[in-house]
Every structure is written in C-alpha cells, then in structure tokens.
Write a protein that binds this ligand. Structure first.
Ligand code: HEM
Length: 258
C-alpha cells in the first residue's frame, strides 16, 4: 500500500497541514522521563549513603546545601533542586495523561492486547500507567515535603521521619512504584528510539536486573533508616552532628570567649 493510500484511508489527506506537535510533545515526554529516571538512579545512591555510615549521609546532605563551599549550610539550595525536579515531574505527568486509556472502548483494546494476545510489551505499558497514576500522589507528597523542609534531611531527621513519623509504608509503596515505572519507562524509551539497538529479550533482561538492583538497594537503605529511627526514637527531632563539627564549634566558642 502506498503512503498516499494510507493518508487517504486514515483521513489525514483531508487535513490542510500535518501538525508536528504530537511528535514534539512525544520527544518532550521522552526527555523529561529520561531526566527523571537518571535523577532517580543518582537519588537512590545518595539515599543509600546511610548504608556506609551516618557520617557519609550527613556529608552528602550538607554537600547539597553548599556547606563545603560556603562554610555554612543553605538548605534553600536543596529547595531549588527540588523545584526543578518537580517542574520536570509535572511536565512529564501532564504529557503522560495524553496516553492514558480514557474510555471503555480503549480499555477493551488494551485488555485484548494484554489478556487475549498476551502481548508482553502491552502488559508492561499498562503497569506503567498504574504505577504512574500512583506516583502522581506519592511523588507529589514527597516533593512537597522535601521542598518546604529541606533542612530536615539528615541521618537522624530522615530516620525519625521514616520510623517515628511512620512514613516507611509510604516509602515501600513509592519505591516499588518508582522502580517499576522507571525501569519499564527506560526499556520503552530504548525500544522506541532504537538505541542501544539490541533484541527486546536482551533489553528486558537488563531492565529486570536494574529494577532488581535498585529495589534491593532501596529496601536495604529503608531498613537502615528504620533501624536508626527506632534506636533514635527517644531523641526524635535531634539532628546528627559529626564529632569533628562539634569540636570545630567548641573551638570557635572558646575562641569567641577569649
Ligand atoms: C530533589 C528532589 C528529592 C529529594 C531532595 C529527595 C530526598 C529524599 C530523601 C532525603 C530520602 C530519605 C528519606 C527521608 O529523608 O524522608 C528520600 C527517599 C526516597 N525518595 Fe526521594 N527525594 C527527591 C525526589 C524524589 C522523587 C522525584 C522520587 C520519585 C518518586 C523519590 C522517591 C523516593 C523513594 C522511593 C525514597 C525511599 C528510598 C528507599 O527506600 O531507600 N524521591 N528522598
């Protein structure tokens, strides 16, 4: 069938001008998705610093507040980063809703692909829709908290939030949703743009390996925050201060007194 016949049969030939916008919006959806997925990998490593030590997590948290550049922590810097991530998140979500099945007819088509045809990529796609929908709520709540209270990020304050403020069930659900969503999203991006060019079966194996790795890393980190939070429950709200900072502050006080 020629291109011309296809255009006539789909009704596209009647249009005075073919719009480039759907393609542009698709590209923007892919770019914001890629950015968020890469950000998420880094984020998981930063959060996992608690597995190294409390001092390692404290150092990373203060690093993003500019402590090692300015000699003082400016938590507003973290809010700026959160604001940027939130913008990418909102743009990505807005562009994604275009693809959600919106009526019974569309749901029946999806179900025909997933149940009757057992088309695995369609099943992955529908899971991306479910987890994406969950993330609308969960990630928004998390970003809201990180934006307004960035100074409450640290080995003890984060652990208090996870344990004493009972946020661990919330984090378990969000971790599952975000790792499934990001893994499927990256797989679909690679298949869509054809880079790296590899058989789908091989790509799927890599995808599941990455999802498994980040799930284990996330669950291990969460367990560490829960353990520290449990042990710190009597001192809830007291931040962690490394020994060298306490010494520095004590020396500064002594210096002031002279
Ligand atoms: C710049 C923005 C962000 C910052 C500063 C941030 C910071 C943090 C911090 C400090 C924790 C440790 C727990 C706590 O303190 O409450 C955490 C955990 C977590 N965050 Fe974020 N986050 C950001 C964005 C996101 C986004 C967009 C998602 C994706 C939906 C996300 C998903 C998670 C998950 C799943 C956990 C639990 C990690 C685990 O189980 O190890 N975060 N985040």
């Amino acid at each position: 069938m020629s291109h011309e016949t296809i255009f006539i049969q789909t009704g596209l030939a009647d249009k005075p001008r073919k719009s480039r916008w759907p393609a542009r919006l698709d590209l923007l959806q892919s770019t914001t998705g890629l950015f968020l997925a890469l950000f998420m990998w880094l984020h998981m490593f930063f959060v996992a610093s608690i597995l190294v030590s409390e001092s390692a997590m404290w150092t990373i948290a203060r690093f993003f507040e500019g402590y090692f550049f300015f000699g003082k922590a400016y938590s507003g810097l973290v809010s700026c980063v959160v604001g940027f991530v939130a913008l990418a998140f909102v743009a990505h979500a807005l562009l994604a809703v275009r693809k959600f099945p919106i009526n019974y007819q569309q749901w029946r088509i999806v179900r025909a692909h997933t149940k009757q045809m057992r088309h695995e990529d369609s099943t992955l796609w529908i899971w991306q829709v479910y987890t994406g929908f969950l993330l609308f709520f969960l990630a928004s709540a998390h970003l809201y908290q990180m934006f307004f209270w960035p100074e409450k990020i640290g080995p003890y304050l984060s652990s208090d939030r996870v344990w004493s403020e009972n946020l661990w069930p919330f984090y378990i659900v969000m971790l599952l949703a975000v790792e499934l969503h990001g893994g499927i999203g990256l797989y679909r991006l690679v298949v869509k743009w054809g880079w790296p060019n590899a058989p789908r079966e091989a790509l799927k194996k890599v995808k599941w390996a990455l999802t498994g790795f980040f799930l284990v890393l996330g669950l291990a980190s969460l367990a560490a925050y829960m353990k520290i939070g449990y042990e710190h429950r009597a001192y809830m709200g007291e931040p962690y201060t490394p020994d060298w900072v306490m010494e520095k502050e004590a020396n500064a006080d002594r210096g002031d007194g002279q």
